[in-house]
Design a protein around this ligand. Structure first.
Ligand SMILES: Nc1ncnc2c1ncn2[C@@H]1O[C@H](COP(=O)(O)OP(=O)(O)OP(=O)(O)O)[C@@H](O)[C@H]1O
Length: 331
């Protein structure tokens, strides 16, 4: 507990770990995902001389919050456009729920690519009634989605009276009207103030907690780190890395340990088969462990060797550091 606490304090990211833990918890409810929601195979999009998406093959599992992460122009929107069947791929293929795209598969997907046009002088409820009529959804569903996005109390407020975060929450409510299994969101917090960003991120986690799969494009590392269970890193249309956010995060965790007798610590570290590398740093030692090992293993081994550690903290590499490394190593 102390280790976790000091690691969090060190990175000043209590909330990050809480939210990441929450999103992982959601995912871990289904340790063996039962279904692949979206699969792309060698998807390509060329605009004249620009290769917007380059042989992209990825897989989104049921129940995940899947982040497409990349700088501006890396091909995120084009990828979403192709899988939503609004942009025609130059080559390659994709399947939703194991099937080619069709009216049926489209019905199971809700998309929010840009903020929809609501009527500013109509109330939230009236705007949703119009959206429900367009989608052929029973008006009974309106109260449910308003409740889900936390706007029940504001259903009679006009759209123009909403904060930016509330406007985006209403947009999500409209997307949820026909109860899609999957939500596809392009930069869902773009243009929002910090309060709105927090509201929308919290709502995404709540929606995922109801068993929906979420695919979101973002250029914000921080957003993906806080919200997503899985990430695909895109650069110049190419997939640079893909995997669980916590795996990418923990792949290169470093630990800092110290004890009264530093030479003895170094002597023990030399013997430990699960220590991948270590480096003295002043009075302490910085070490990385082989996959599958953690701080408890270090603590136990040191204790058994008669060393009482004074410090054992996790210096977790941020996704940002990982992201920059990925981009740098493949530039
Ligand atoms: N309709 C188009 N015609 C020509 N080039 C395009 C078109 N749409 C996108 N592009 C180009 O394709 C590349 C990928 O763009 P895309 O919008 O998919 O990236 P993105 O990662 O979503 O970036 P952003 O966050 O800035 O929207 C960019 O170089 C962009 O200029």
């Amino acid at each position: 507990m102390q280790i976790t606490l000091s690691a969090c304090q060190e990175n000043n990211s209590f909330i990050l770990y809480f939210v990441a833990g929450f999103s992982n918890l959601l995912y871990n409810k289904h340790p063996k995902p039962v279904a692949v929601i979206l699969q792309t195979e060698q998807l390509n999009k060329r605009y004249g001389g620009i290769q917007a998406v380059d042989r992209l093959s990825l897989q989104v599992e049921q129940g995940s919050i899947y982040g497409l992460l990349g700088p501006n122009g890396s091909g995120k929107t084009t990828t979403l456009g192709m899988v939503l069947d609004v942009i025609r791929p130059t080559s390659g293929s994709f399947a939703w729920f194991g099937q080619p795209v069709s009216r049926t598969t489209k019905h199971r997907i809700g998309a929010l690519l840009e903020t929809p046009n609501f009527y500013p002088y109509l109330t939230a409820r009236r705007n949703l009634e119009i959206a429900a009529e367009i989608k052929g959804v029973d008006h009974k569903r309106i109260a449910q989605v308003l409740h889900l996005v936390g706007l029940s109390q504001r259903s009679h407020t006009t759209f123009k009276g909403f904060s930016l975060g509330m406007k985006q929450r209403l947009a999500l409510a409209a997307t949820l009207l026909n109860d899609p299994e999957v939500l596809v969101l392009d930069e869902p917090t773009n243009g929002l103030d910090p309060e709105g960003i927090a509201e929308v991120r919290e709502l995404i986690l709540q929606i995922a907690a109801q068993g929906k799969t979420i695919i979101l494009a973002s250029h914000l590392l921080d957003e993906v780190e806080k919200v997503c269970t899985h990430v695909a890193v895109l650069q110049k249309g190419m997939l640079r890395a893909e995997g669980r956010v916590d795996t990418i995060l923990s792949a290169k965790d470093q630990f800092i340990i110290s004890a009264r007798n530093l030479p003895q610590v170094l002597e023990v570290l030399k013997q430990l088969p699960f220590v991948a590398a270590y480096q003295p740093e002043g009075e302490a030692v910085n070490l990385t462990l082989n996959e599958g090992y953690g701080s408890a293993d270090v603590n136990k081994a040191m204790f058994e060797a008669g060393v009482v550690l004074q410090q054992l903290t996790l210096r977790r590499k941020s996704l940002e550091a990982q992201f920059l490394e990925i981009i740098k190593s493949q530039a």
